[in-house]
Design a protein around this ligand. Structure first.
Ligand code: AMP
Length: 397
């Protein structure tokens, strides 16, 4: 069975074609700058060089057309006929309370996703464009939606309710939803496997990338997570501020003459590592600047570490203990210094950190010493594979 996985952004479209018989990737690629000047498709068939195809790509329909043409191409294609694609799995962002698991996409699902746009005005519209483009360009191929919020739907009300008047929850579904759910699910499933699939487990998964979130997962079910109604809440991120005193909003809006859009730009695009360091949103640049003596960069690193520690402490307390901590995503998988700084502050949990094992990048490995009371792992995430697995499972039913 072959499954095409699509991740549609507002001006980009990432894809991977899986052979689900052995879960291998046949080809992957990225369409960039959809609707902008300089639009481009970079296509990479497995084991071959990347091919760059420059073309005018005004919308997602044309992007899908180009992806299909690349997959079918005589030279760099990997299939002979579109009929070889059995299903498409879409990364879909906000599933609200409607979607607590992945599902077959039909017109009702699309209508519900459209209704949920109010909760995710930046993220849901491009997903819907990607789905509609497939309906038009590859009609009849079953599609599955895999929601970023779904895994977190097991949170109890005490984790998802904000301390606001209850009527706003009822009126507007204002609550914590959480994101990166597909990643937290993938790495927590793998972590439980490594632990021997025990009946009871308490795991904290740390998805640390450009966007970052933590999840507390007890017996395979999310108890709490750091992102909220939107992906802005929680940890300090590349350009997002994470947790704030809410009173800062009216203060800054008044002092700086900001309207709602302006305030949103400050919190989403100008804050985080970038905002504090003034150097970059990229962890590698901030680490380099700090090593060269840039004080603000050094403070940004400290704030990042502290916010992760704050949530690990909170989640260990909430679950009354923790068996394993997992690091994943760009910083979690590659940032040795960040992992070391965090783990060295967790001796109170009984963690014996293995510095030698930590001296690696991007591979699955245990970075706590044998006998450590809490085990710590690096587990590379693979959201695309998780989406492909869900898609296969759902269309096989
Ligand atoms: P992601 O959003 O998961 O792609 O992660 C992107 C983040 O990972 C950026 O902040 C990168 O700086 C960070 N990252 C990638 N490689 C490294 C590395 N070797 N050390 C530290 N951070 C890294």
């Amino acid at each position: 069975m072959k499954v095409l996985v699509l991740n549609s952004g507002s001006s980009s479209l990432k894809y991977q074609l899986f052979n689900m018989d052995d879960e291998s990737v046949l080809a992957k690629g990225l369409v960039e700058k959809i609707g902008l000047d300089g639009s481009l498709l970079t296509h990479q068939p497995a084991g071959m060089d990347k091919v760059k195809i420059e073309a005018a790509i005004p919308n997602h329909n044309v992007a899908i057309e180009l992806v299909i043409a690349a997959l079918l191409d005589e030279k760099h294609g990997v299939i002979k006929d579109m009929k070889e694609i059995d299903a498409v799995g879409h990364r879909t962002v906000h599933g609200g309370t409607t979607f607590s698991e992945s599902c077959l996409i039909n017109d009702d699902v699309i209508a519900e996703m459209e209704r949920l746009v109010t909760l995710a005005p930046l993220h849901n519209p491009p997903c819907i464009l990607g789905i509609k483009a497939c309906q038009e360009k590859i009609p009849g191929v079953p599609m599955v939606g895999v929601f970023d919020t779904a895994f977190h739907q097991t949170m109890p009300p005490a984790s998802y309710l904000y301390g606001l008047p209850y009527e706003y929850y009822e009126k507007y579904q204002l609550r914590r939803y959480g994101f990166h759910g597909t990643s937290h699910r993938f790495v927590s499933i793998r972590c439980r496997e490594i632990l021997g699939n025990p009946e009871h487990s308490k795991i904290i998964t740390c998805h640390l990338g450009n966007g970052s979130s933590l999840a507390a997962i007890k017996d395979g079910k999310v108890q709490d997570t750091s992102m909220g109604l939107t992906p802005l809440e929680g940890l300090l991120m590349g350009t997002r501020c994470g947790d704030l005193d809410p009173a800062i909003l009216p203060f800054l809006m008044e002092k700086e003459g900001l309207d709602i859009a302006g305030m949103n730009t400050v919190m989403n695009k100008k804050s985080g590592l970038l905002g504090i360091s003034g150097v970059s949103s990229d962890m590698r640049d901030v680490e380099e600047a700090a090593a060269a003596g840039n004080e603000r960069a050094a403070i940004a690193l400290e704030v990042f570490k502290k916010t992760v520690l704050r949530y690990i402490g909170a989640y260990a307390a909430e679950m009354d203990g923790v068996d394993a901590i997992v690091f994943t995503a760009g910083i979690g998988e590659n940032g040795k210094a960040v992992r070391k700084a965090i783990c060295e502050n967790l001796t109170y949990l009984g963690i014996e950190f293995d510095e030698e094992a930590n001296d690696c990048r991007g591979k699955e490995i245990e970075i706590s010493k044998p006998g450590s009371k809490v085990r710590v792992f690096i587990i590379p995430t693979n959201e695309e594979l998780m989406i492909a697995r869900d898609t296969k499972e759902i269309i096989s039913k």
